[in-house]
Write a protein that binds this ligand. Structure first.
Ligand code: F6P
Length: 366
């Protein structure tokens, strides 16, 4: 095999933060230095730092002692698409501009031969666009939502499911003591992975997800039926992107300067009102929010982050480029960024977890 010409690599973490990012940064840095004697640069705050030329050396010293630390030592940003970046004109108007050439120039100044982009679908879309411009890129799939297309799983998801399950366990006691309907809203954007996995692990009675629009009457009938057989409380897990049949998702705010302008949130409050009104039962809503993105990564996320980080460097040095490192049927591999660009992975009706939930009589409100 031809010797790789790569001498200098850079890494950035884009999109929403999640547990396990530091495991990737550590693995990339240590693999690159240890195994391949490369120079490694860290880019601050995702693509924003690349646009603003905030690039600094990563060494054993600054990539050490971070494996169990949540967040990202590099910082992140989910508002900076270099191909559509908000710039103020002389007249004070904000216009969207392609500033990707500036990014390439900033990388060239440091003689960066390849870029590792750690992120979700938005980060991968820009990574694919940089690959098209001739910059060798490797993607690493990150997100609590588990919705990155092409991979079995993303790091960050396991920790979020753990946090949500812990919350469900804790809410069970109040639900049971007060004979209440507890509605717990979890994140996940347009995919119901966190709701499905935490709902199963936390013994939820009802799981509502964007993939299966619900019928509110069926949800109410289900909790009333439970009451008739002595179960005077119910736990409902609802994904932030869940919506009723023929209805819409609940939007908490819109940010037009973000490549992902729609912020979901608030469906638990809507359901609490409706279910309380329709059943006469005492209902409460809990919105878990960003707590799902925080904290110490689980062992699984540290392992996944370490393996993905190592793979990204190893593939690059073997001459592979412009791919996303993945797990496919539990085997490490990679898929072309161009193939996954703009796609997300959602829950299918025949997913084994959906079938298992149905088998134990969990309702999806359909
Ligand atoms: O993609 C991760 C995520 O936490 C989603 O689950 C959620 O919809 C979104 O990010 C929230 O974004 P922000 O941090 O901008 O509020």
């Amino acid at each position: 095999m031809a010797k790789s010409k790569i001498r200098n690599i850079a890494i950035l973490t884009g999109g929403g933060d999640c547990p396990g990012l530091n495991a990737v940064i550590r693995a990339v840095t240590k693999t690159a230095i240890n195994k391949y004697h490369l120079n490694v640069f860290g880019i601050e705050d995702g693509y924003r730092g690349l646009i603003e030329n905030r690039i600094f050396p990563l060494t054993f010293a600054n990539a050490s002692g971070i494996l169990d630390v949540g967040g990202t030592i590099l910082g992140s940003c989910n508002k900076s698409n270099p191909f559509k970046f908000p710039v103020k004109t002389a007249s004070g108007k904000t216009v969207m501009q392609d500033v990707s050439d500036l990014c390439i120039q900033n990388l060239a100044e440091k003689n960066v031969d390849a870029l590792i982009c750690v992120g979700g679908d938005g980060t991968m879309t820009s990574a694919a666009d940089f690959a098209k411009k001739g910059m060798p890129v490797m993607g690493v799939p990150k997100t609590i939502d588990n919705d990155v297309y092409g991979t079995d799983t993303t790091f960050g998801f396991d920790t979020a499911v753990y946090t949500a399950t812990d919350a469900l366990d804790k809410l069970h006691t109040t639900a049971s003591s007060h004979h209440r309907i507890m509605i717990v809203e979890v994140m996940g954007r347009y995919a119901g992975w966190i709701a499905l996995y935490s709902g199963i692990a936390g013994g939820a009675d009802v799981i509502l997800m964007p993939e299966f629009p619900y019928d509110i009457k069926k949800v109410c009938d289900y909790v009333i039926e439970r009451g008739k057989v002595g179960k005077k409380f119910s736990i409902i897990v609802v994904a932030e992107g869940a919506k009723p049949k023929g209805g819409h998702m609940v939007i908490s705010k819109t940010d037009n300067n973000s490549p992902d302008p729609i912020k979901l949130g608030g469906i638990a409050n809507v359901l609490s009102e409706q279910i309380g009104h329709l059943t006469g039962l005492d209902t409460r809503a809990t919105i878990l929010g960003h707590v799902q993105r925080g904290g110490t990564p689980t062992p699984r996320d540290r392992q996944l982050g370490t393996m993905f980080g190592y793979l990204a460097v190893d593939y690059l040095m073997k001459g592979v480029k412009n791919q996303l490192v993945i797990l496919n049927d539990n085997h490490p591999g990679c898929v072309p960024l161009a193939k996954i660009r703009g796609k997300i992975k959602t829950v299918k009706p025949n997913d084994p977890m959906v079938l298992a939930a149905k088998a134990v009589k969990t309702s999806f409100g359909v």
